[in-house]
Design a protein around this ligand. Structure first.
Ligand SMILES: [Ca+2]
Ligand SMILES: [Ca+2]
Ligand SMILES: [Ca+2]
Length: 496
């Protein structure tokens, strides 16, 4: 990642139109993305979900149906057909972009048939606590995949492949999670709710040998079918953490490829992230959710936020080699499940903080790059219309600066509550240096060392019109407008 200042893009948001066009869109945009400095894309789950052609992808039904079989009301998924998916990956590869597949190993939904099973109702808010006796329940747990007819895998899923479900047709009034007889919730999951193995749907039993084998077989299959370069694991805090290194090792051996991996452990508790890193031996990077929350708070508090604390308790500060840094994603965007929006005025500052510093593998959100417009119900039950601003112009400037100048030593000047800055000194291969200043208050200025004497710098953001020249010792007072950011690169050069 850091070797070439790589940048990932999350190539979707929650509200992309359900018209089957996303794979073709990537195909047509891959060259442009490579040109501006995107080196990898994370694509949404490509297999058929419960809601067929409308499913964002997290309601996993059939992992072997990439838009190939007439199941759940359509052949294609929300994003297109299997052929279009594979063609999009090929186009990305031709452009020099790696592709990461989104993999949901926690649950399945939309079973084809009901079956009876012995189970015990547990308190959904404390999964250790039974709220009834073991009884016969009627549950949607039998997956036969009638449209696929055993192609690629003939495994039918039954209740015994799962730990629990949350619906019992014999008692549909009861609020409970039904833990199947002789099952235990998997350990090494997040400890919220007693043990947070259960999230939704039919929760996979990662201790069942047929489940482990099937998931490994699927790993081989998706590698052969798509030549994917890595994985983004969904909802890792709800899955037995030690399964990930086991599964990855299997896939890496099989493919003879390094296979990148990042997990979504969505928690603002840095200790929980550290625990996952420990259990997985550093095999899986994590999205820096605490950093996202710091951005949210900073964007809401304006000048009352102390910018010196922006990296406090974040993964990029405490485990920089394992941090995928981000500003926003499909869950945090307005009206979504984990809505915690970073306000638009702060997005340029946040993107400078992830794209122009030494640490972290940055991930750009589709909605921040292209903008977005959509409507949905909010938590208040009312309909809302949302416009997300496109920050593409500035992000492209940052990407160009990152590619050309964000190298070498980094000197930090996090010495004022409302104005911070840093410089990069450059290397022999990438000379010139760069200075970044950002302010959440008034006009900012920062006396900083960039290492180049008598060199003139210009602001690629065009926020500041006049150039700045360093003194004989390679220092200068760099500036930015109030509530904004400036990025200073050598004037002679053309980057940005
Ligand atoms: Ca689980
Ligand atoms: Ca489980
Ligand atoms: Ca289990």
């Amino acid at each position: 990642m850091s070797e070439s200042n790589g940048v990932m893009m999350q190539f979707f948001h929650w509200y992309n139109p359900a018209d089957g066009s996303l794979w073709n869109e990537l195909k047509s945009k891959a060259t442009d993305l490579a040109h501006v400095g995107i080196t990898a894309v994370w694509l949404p789950p490509a297999y058929k979900g419960l809601a067929g052609g409308y499913d964002v992808g997290y309601g996993v039904y059939d992992m072997y149906d990439l838009g190939e079989f007439d199941q759940k009301g359509s052949i294609r998924t929300k994003y297109g057909t299997k052929e279009e998916y594979i063609a999009a990956i090929k186009s990305a590869h031709s452009a020099g972009i790696h592709v990461y597949a989104d993999v949901v190993l926690n649950h399945k939904m939309g079973a084809d048939a009901e079956e009876e099973a012995p189970a015990r109702p547990m308190n959904p808010d404390n999964l250790h606590q039974p709220i009834g006796d073991t009884q016969t329940v009627k549950v949607w747990t039998h997956f036969t995949f009638p449209g696929r007819q055993g192609k690629y895998s003939d495994l039918e899923w039954h209740w015994w492949h799962f730990d629990a479900v949350d619906y019992n047709a014999y008692n549909n009034e009861q609020q409970a999670v039904y833990l199947f007889k002789d099952k235990e919730f998997d350990n090494n999951v997040d400890l919220e709710k007693g043990v947070f193995d259960y999230l939704m749907g039919c929760d996979l039993d990662m201790e069942h040998p047929e489940v482990r084998d099937e998931l490994k077989r699927w790993g081989e299959w998706i590698i052969d079918m798509t030549h994917i370069d890595g994985f983004r694991f969904d909802a890792v805090k709800h899955v037995k953490a030690d399964f990930f290194p086991e599964w990855l090792q299997h896939c890496r051996q099989y493919s003879q490829k390094r296979l990148f991996a990042v997990g979504e452990y969505w928690s603002d508790e840095i200790e929980a992230l550290h625990h996952f890193v420990k259990v997985t031996g550093g095999d899986v990077m994590l999205f820096d959710a605490p950093l996202h929350y710091n951005f949210t708070v900073a964007s809401n508090r304006g000048r009352d936020f102390d910018l010196r604390q922006i990296f406090d308790d974040t993964l990029v500060k405490e485990q920089p080699a394992l941090a995928v840094t981000l500003v926003e994603n499909h869950d945090s965007q307005p009206l979504q499940a984990l809505e915690s929006v970073v306000e638009s005025w702060f997005k340029p500052l946040a993107y400078a903080l992830i794209l122009l510093r030494r640490d972290g593998y940055p991930c750009i959100f589709y909605g921040d790059y292209y903008g977005a417009h959509y409507q949905d119900k909010g938590r208040d039950g009312n309909d809302h219309e949302i416009w997300l601003d496109s920050h593409q112009w500035l992000i492209d400037k940052f990407l160009a600066a990152r590619q050309t100048y964000a190298y070498g030593d980094q000197y930090d000047y996090f010495d004022h509550a409302n104005c911070v800055g840093w410089t990069r000194l450059g290397t022999e291969e990438h000379p010139g240096g760069m200075a970044v200043v950002l302010s959440n208050g008034d006009h900012g200025c920062k006396w900083m060392e960039i290492g180049q004497p008598h060199q003139t710098y210009r602001d690629v953001t065009e926020h500041m019109a006049d150039p700045i020249t360093t003194n004989a010792e390679g220092w200068a007072e760099f500036t930015c407008p109030g509530g904004s950011v400036s990025v200073w690169v050598p004037q002679a050069a053309s980057a940005g």
